[in-house]
Design a protein around this ligand. Structure first.
Ligand code: HEC
Ligand code: HEC
Ligand code: HEC
Ligand code: HEC
Ligand code: HEC
Ligand code: HEC
Ligand code: HEC
Ligand code: HEC
Ligand code: HEC
Ligand code: HEC
Length: 298
């Protein structure tokens, strides 16, 4: 928004929203980028020339093609009569054009690479625009900076903001792990727009030792880490979704082995209660290669 205000102010002309709505779309190309920059002379408009999009020596770039109009569409009439005509395509706060049509401009060039699954992504389905995340008029695109990316995402994903403040979390606020360490926001291969097909493959990128192979495997670990962990943040140690013994007793019925709920009734003071509960003894819950490790105690 501030970009827009500054650009408009620099031209010395500010149109009311109602006037903007009445503007007619240009249909012919004006051609000269210098002309555009005569009026749009603020740094923000020029800065696009310092980004990869502005590399005129690279024939694939917008500036090597139709200049500003490669993205903004025909703006010939607009350049002559800006109070009557508008550029055919504008982004973000546009009052005429929906996200899908805006995105078509970008996808015209970016149809391969990470964007190839875009149309199947949750973001495309929710009518999110490329320009909701990317600022193309700057060489400092926040969403692609390790330290600032999360702020862009959290603007919409408020529940994750809360998760990042919890006691146990990934070092996302520090920029060591980013949302895109795990998510392919342009549309991933599997559910949840993850970078890998499954949750586990996603986690193994960094926690490879949990993959095994193990002589004794613990089934839920091989199946899905989120049986026990919340990737975004937890009030329990180690991103656990519940505190042992409750964590374990969701699956292991308490009536057979150590059939007591450690925090209630007559077992207060029991040494098995201390700290890690079940994992005091079952310390290798992710699996083990010890010949006598059948019950993950060594
Ligand atoms: C004579 C001055 C002038 C020239 C030349 C000019 N513009 Fe503009 N442009 C304006 C003004 C004034 C506005 C603000 C209109 C508004 O408030 O929506 C504007 C707004 C815009 C906008 C955002 C609003 C919209 O939806 O249209 C874009 C995009 C734009 N111009 C692109 C271009 C391009 C591309 C060129 C070159 C082909 C160009 N302009 C040339 C004066 C100019
Ligand atoms: C005319 C073709 C074209 C259009 C239209 C286009 N791009 Fe690009 N874009 C490129 C090229 C070429 C590069 C440089 C790629 C490279 O260096 O490998 C690029 C690079 C990028 C990058 C990476 C920049 C960097 O710093 O590495 C982003 C992000 C991007 N484009 C987003 C967009 C978005 C969003 C839109 C729509 C608003 C868009 N592009 C429209 C051709 C285009
Ligand atoms: C939800 C936010 C978001 C949306 C929406 C989004 N992007 Fe991105 N984009 C990113 C992030 C984050 C990165 C950096 C990816 C990384 O670090 O792996 C990126 C990287 C890129 C790159 C540079 C990497 C590459 O693939 O060469 C291009 C180009 C790009 N996006 C184009 C687009 C286009 C085109 C659209 C719309 C169809 C779009 N993006 C929509 C967040 C977004
Ligand atoms: C790669 C595509 C691309 C190119 C090339 C490009 N723009 Fe933009 N422009 C955008 C996007 C996307 C926005 C929305 C804000 C943002 O992402 O920075 C925008 C915003 C604007 C705005 C603010 C009004 C609005 O619609 O949001 C003006 C004015 C503008 N551009 C003018 C220009 C001029 C002048 C040039 C040529 C020097 C140019 N643009 C080149 C994609 C482009
Ligand atoms: C402009 C708002 C907006 C921004 C910015 C945004 N998202 Fe989204 N995102 C949505 C909407 C809307 C959905 C679909 C509805 C939902 O699941 O919340 C979605 C869906 C998702 C999903 C899939 C949820 C599922 O159920 O499969 C993931 C993962 C995601 N976003 C991650 C990100 C990341 C990472 C970023 C930053 C790089 C980001 N989003 C930026 C609005 C946004
Ligand atoms: C350590 C890996 C990891 C990181 C980092 C991560 N996520 Fe996720 N995210 C996941 C997994 C795993 C799921 C669940 C996917 C599933 O259910 O298939 C998920 C699900 C989501 C969903 C879907 C709704 C939900 O809560 O289930 C959204 C939205 C989301 N993540 C956004 C984000 C945002 C925004 C960031 C950055 C602040 C982020 N994620 C960082 C792994 C991660
Ligand atoms: C990009 C690398 C990366 C990916 C992918 C990743 N992690 Fe992590 N994980 C880390 C880092 C870095 C730490 C912090 C290590 C430290 O503080 O010593 C961490 C810590 C953890 C912790 C301990 C948290 C604590 O409070 O000490 C758990 C549990 C965890 N990750 C589970 C997962 C799960 C489950 C997934 C898949 C959904 C996953 N991780 C994906 C890098 C990653
Ligand atoms: C059956 C429940 C369960 C499942 C499933 C599970 N974990 Fe854990 N995880 C735990 C427990 C309990 C701890 C705490 C260990 C302790 O208290 O000794 C832990 C701790 C961790 C830690 C931090 C300490 C360490 O060992 O490095 C990481 C990282 C981790 N898990 C990653 C994963 C990954 C990756 C997956 C999926 C491949 C996974 N976990 C699946 C229960 C589980
Ligand atoms: C999501 C369900 C689930 C959770 C949560 C879970 N387990 Fe398991 N666990 C299983 C399954 C399934 C088996 C395999 C049972 C079999 O082979 O009969 C198993 C096997 C075991 C075994 C070996 C049993 C044997 O007879 O060889 C031990 C020990 C064990 N789990 C301990 C734990 C501990 C400790 C926790 C908590 C940190 C835990 N489990 C959490 C599902 C779970
Ligand atoms: C004081 C140590 C200790 C604690 C604490 C402990 N266990 Fe065990 N557990 C054992 C031993 C020793 C065995 C092997 C018994 C055998 O081989 O007959 C075992 C076996 C098991 C088995 C497989 C055999 C069976 O009886 O089903 C499961 C499942 C299990 N424990 C789950 C748990 C859970 C869940 C907790 C927490 C509620 C827990 N354990 C707490 C020591 C402990």
């Amino acid at each position: 928004m501030s970009t827009v205000l500054m650009l408009i102010t620099s031209t010395g002309v500010v149109l009311a929203e109602s006037d903007r709505a009445g503007l007619v779309l240009s249909t012919s190309y004006g051609g000269d980028m210098k002309e555009c920059l005569d009026c749009h002379d603020a740094n923000q408009a020029r800065e696009v020339l310092r980004t990869p999009h502005g590399m005129v020596g690279d024939a694939r770039t917008p500036l090597a093609g139709k200049g500003c109009e490669s993205c903004h569409g025909p703006a010939g009439e607009h350049a002559n009569q800006p109070r009557k005509f508008r550029a055919a395509i504008s982004f973000n706060q546009d009052i005429v054009m929906g996200a899908a049509d805006q995105n078509a401009v970008c996808l015209g060039c970016h149809k391969g690479g990470q964007q190839k699954h875009w149309h199947l992504s949750e973001h495309a389905k929710a009518d999110i625009a490329c320009a909701d995340c990317h600022i193309v008029h700057t060489y400092k695109d926040r969403v692609r900076s390790k330290n600032e990316q999360a702020q862009v995402c959290l603007g919409c994903h408020q529940d994750q903001r809360a998760n990042l403040m919890k006691y146990s979390r990934h070092p996302i606020r520090e920029g060591v792990v980013t949302c895109t360490s795990c998510h392919e926001v342009h549309g991933g291969k599997g559910d949840g727009m993850l970078v890998e097909m499954t949750v586990n493959e996603t986690c193994y990128q960094c926690h490879a030792e949990k993959r095994g192979p193990f002589l004794f495997e613990h089934e839920p670990v091989q199946d899905d880490c989120t049986h026990c962990h919340q990737p975004h943040g937890s009030v329990n140690d180690n991103l656990l979704s519940a505190r042992p013994p409750f964590l374990c007793q969701q699956c292991h019925i308490a009536s057979r082995h150590v059939g007591t709920n450690y925090v209630t009734g007559n077992v207060v003071g029991n040494n098995r209660l201390i700290g890690k509960s079940c994992t005091n003894c079952h310390g290798q819950v992710h699996g083990t290669n010890h010949p006598a490790g059948m019950t993950f105690r060594r």
